[in-house]
Design a protein around this ligand. Structure first.
Ligand code: PEP
Ligand code: MN
Length: 695
């Protein structure tokens, strides 16, 4: 013991030195950003350069991987640094720092609103202590009465949706939007001391906390949840009561400020849970045209058919991309609506000003709430590409709007009879290729998407190592079975839900979306909460109940071809999914059963040409199950790409011989790396439409 103390002390001193060094490097980075900002002040170029940001993130992730540091951690840190840099350059262009500002928010100290207010002050280079008020209405009143310079109010949450009262305040009062902020809402559970969760009898939480941690709360059968007024209040109530059987839900900062012990971190049901705040003032503020802006308006339309559509067309026709459309009732006018519209653009730009004039003429009422620097924008999705092609590729093309479905979603009722004779999945129903969006990734169209990983998730180490390797060698999606359809009931059946958690964790760590097989109707909903793509396996291709179930979910589905199914039956199965409303279907050719025994299945590559002619859905190829033997996987993968497939599904394992399922067909890491290099040299024709393909 004695000998150890000085050692720990030394190490901690070293750690302190490293931390000081990190802060020093951040300061150095900020100075460089300031210098670049000076140059931009004299130019006309935009402050934000998405391409450059992507390269910076990819570069630091590579370094992290080389050094054995979590790429996901490094990505998160650099995202923060970059957004801070952009905000700093932006506020410089917009004039000098504002000095002391009084900002009102709803709630008490250490609530998420307080944190967002502080973040806003910091990015403005301003100082000041945010002031908490009891209700949203009181915050607006304080701003209107001149008690404060700015107010910051939550307007939407990425899981709970819009906060209607704030829309009401914007409609009722002379308030203008001068900024927005986002805050990651990460709830924890805390109590006066460390107690087992089973001993808790009551849990205090703000209403939105109860809603956003519902699944976690269900896992505590003995505790009664109680709604409390704001995000920090429950923590102070628990601290004041001093009763160890009562816990609170709130931010870690609020728990720490009250001297509470955190019993469980990150209990929010959806990991990516953000609240967007609007910063309000009593007058609009001009923003430099080089800063990427959003503009918000309130609009009511004339009593004419297609009036709203006409207004939206004015925006899209002038290249203004809409980021949000919210409809709210018009008080005192039953069945009439006000629309709150956000779009990318800045009233300081002549083109946006002209578009607003046009909108004024088309609408019955229009109020411009203001233009402000955009902080909450969805990431631009990109098609999958092979390593060589990545550098030369331009930005993703915009997606075709989804076609309207005539299908009904009634439980077991057949979809309404369609007017035409074609299936919805037929090329005749939709001329353009369907491109399926998986997070920031586009599958289909011009892209080539590689999904890779083990047949089965076997252990944390196995899936984590495979995820890192395939990501570093160009894969776009991580695969891994957790419920396995095995021929023998005595064979390894998969790790089940525990396997899903491991797969999802590996995906998060590497930034890869994940795909896994759903075998039963009862699994579908829960699977969709973790998996980014739901796989329907060959054996379930005609499990019509399962197809209908995934057709009701808002999750991309990969539909494998059945072992002895014709292409017509396969497209019929896809129709079951699409007819329920879910058009995000990717087909996967994985070989069919023929008299041939030299390979596990006979990979039907002609299906690529046939499917692309008959259907608008993307098609990828699985040469692993298609051949069953690892030495044939690469040649069939090249052939699939050359024949026009939109991607591949490949089984990869750190030690294939030891794989608990499909050992003979799994590629080793080296074999996968070699395949990816060779693939880039094979010309794909996936970008061309069938009628343009060489014959
Ligand atoms: C799999 O992908 O692991 C699988 C079981 O595939 P298939 O349904 O094509 O046999
Ligand atoms: Mn398999």
């Amino acid at each position: 013991m004695d000998g150890q103390q000085p050692q720990i002390g030394d190490l901690r001193r070293n750690l302190d030195d490293v931390d000081t060094g990190i802060v020093g490097l951040i300061a150095q980075r900020m100075r460089l950003i300031t210098e670049i900002g000076h140059l931009k002040e004299h130019g006309t170029s935009a402050i934000q350069d998405a391409d450059r940001e992507r390269k910076v993130l990819a570069g630091v992730e590579d370094v992290a991987t080389e050094l054995g540091v979590s790429a996901s951690l490094v990505r998160r840190i650099f995202r923060e640094l970059i957004s801070e840099s952009v905000a700093q350059q932006g506020s410089r262009l917009n004039g000098p720092a504002e000095g002391q500002l009084r900002v009102a928010f709803q709630g008490s100290a250490h609530s998420f609103s307080d944190a967002a207010a502080r973040k806003h002050l910091a990015t403005q280079g301003a100082t000041g202590e945010p002031v908490g008020y009891g209700t949203l209405r009181e915050v607006a009143a304080a701003l209107l009465a001149g008690e404060v310079d700015l107010a910051i109010l939550p307007i939407e949450n990425t899981s709970a949706g819009s906060i209607n009262e704030v829309y009401g305040l914007l409609r009722e009062h002379e308030l203008f939007i001068v900024g927005e902020e986002t805050w990651k809402v990460d709830y924890c559970l805390a109590a006066v001391r460390d107690v087992p969760l089973s001993s808790l009898s009551r849990i205090l939480a703000p209403p939105e906390g109860l809603e956003q941690c519902a699944r976690f709360l269900q896992s505590l059968p003995n505790a009664v949840p109680t709604s409390y007024f704001d995000t920090a209040g429950p923590m102070s109530a628990v601290a004041a009561a001093g009763d160890p059987s009562v816990a609170a839900i709130g931010s870690v900062e609020a728990a720490e400020a009250q001297g509470l012990t955190v019993l469980r971190h990150s209990i929010t049901d959806s990991g990516d849970n953000y609240t967007r705040f609007v910063v309000l003032a009593t007058a609009a503020r001009p923003v430099d045209a080089r800063i990427a802006c959003k503009t918000s308006v309130i609009l009511s339309t004339r009593h004419e058919e297609g009036a709203l559509l006409g207004c939206l067309e004015i925006l899209s026709g002038s290249g203004h991309s809409m980021t949000k459309l919210e409809s709210r009732p018009r008080p005192g006018r039953p069945w009439e609506y006000l629309f709150f519209l956000d779009f990318e653009g800045n009233v300081a730009e002549p083109q946006t000003a002209a578009t607003l004039d046009e909108l004024r003429l088309a609408a019955q009422y229009l109020k411009v709430l203001g233009s402000y620097p955009a902080k909450a924008l969805r990431h631009q999705a990109r098609p999958g590409s092979l390593p060589d092609a990545a550098e030369t590729e331009g930005p993703a093309e915009t997606l075709e709007p989804a076609e309207t479905l005539e299908a009904v979603v009634a439980d077991q009722a057949p979809p309404a009879r369609r007017s035409g004779s074609h299936l919805l999945v037929d090329r005749a129903s939709r001329a353009a290729d369907t491109v399926v969006q998986v997070g920031d990734l586009l599958v289909g169209g011009d892209g080539f998407t590689v999904m890779a990983g083990p047949c089965s998730v076997e252990s944390p180490e196995q899936i984590a190592a495979t995820a890192k390797f395939v990501r570093d060698h160009g894969a776009h999606v991580l695969r891994g079975g957790v419920f396995k359809p095995r021929t023998s009931p005595y064979a390894f059946q998969g790790l089940g839900w525990q396997g899903l958690d491991l797969l999802v964790a590996a995906g998060r760590e590497t930034g890869l979306p994940v795909i896994t097989e759903v075998m039963a109707v009862e699994q579908a909903q829960r699977m969709a909460q973790g998996a980014d793509i739901l796989q329907i396996g060959a054996r379930n291709m005609q499990n019509f109940d399962l197809l209908r179930e995934v057709g009701k979910l808002d999750r991309p589905v990969l539909l494998k071809r059945g072992l002895s199914s014709t292409i017509e039956e396969w497209l019929g199965a896809a129709e079951y999914i699409v007819a329920q409303g879910n058009q995000q279907v990717i087909l996967c050719e994985r070989g069919i059963r023929t008299f041939e025994r030299a390979t596990r299945n006979t990979l039907d590559l002609s299906a690529i040409a046939v499917v692309r002619e008959r259907s608008h859905l993307p098609i990828i190829v699985d040469p692993s199950h298609g051949t069953g033997l690892r030495r044939y996987v690469a040649p069939m993968a090249w052939a699939a790409r050359a024949a026009g497939a939109h991607g591949l599904l490949i089984e990869v394992h750190p030690s294939p011989e030891q794989a608990l399922s499909d050992a003979a067909q799994s590629l080793s890491f080296d074999e996968f790396a070699a395949l990816m290099t060779q693939l880039a040299a094979v010309p794909g024709i996936s970008g061309r439409r069938q009628d343009q393909a060489p014959v």
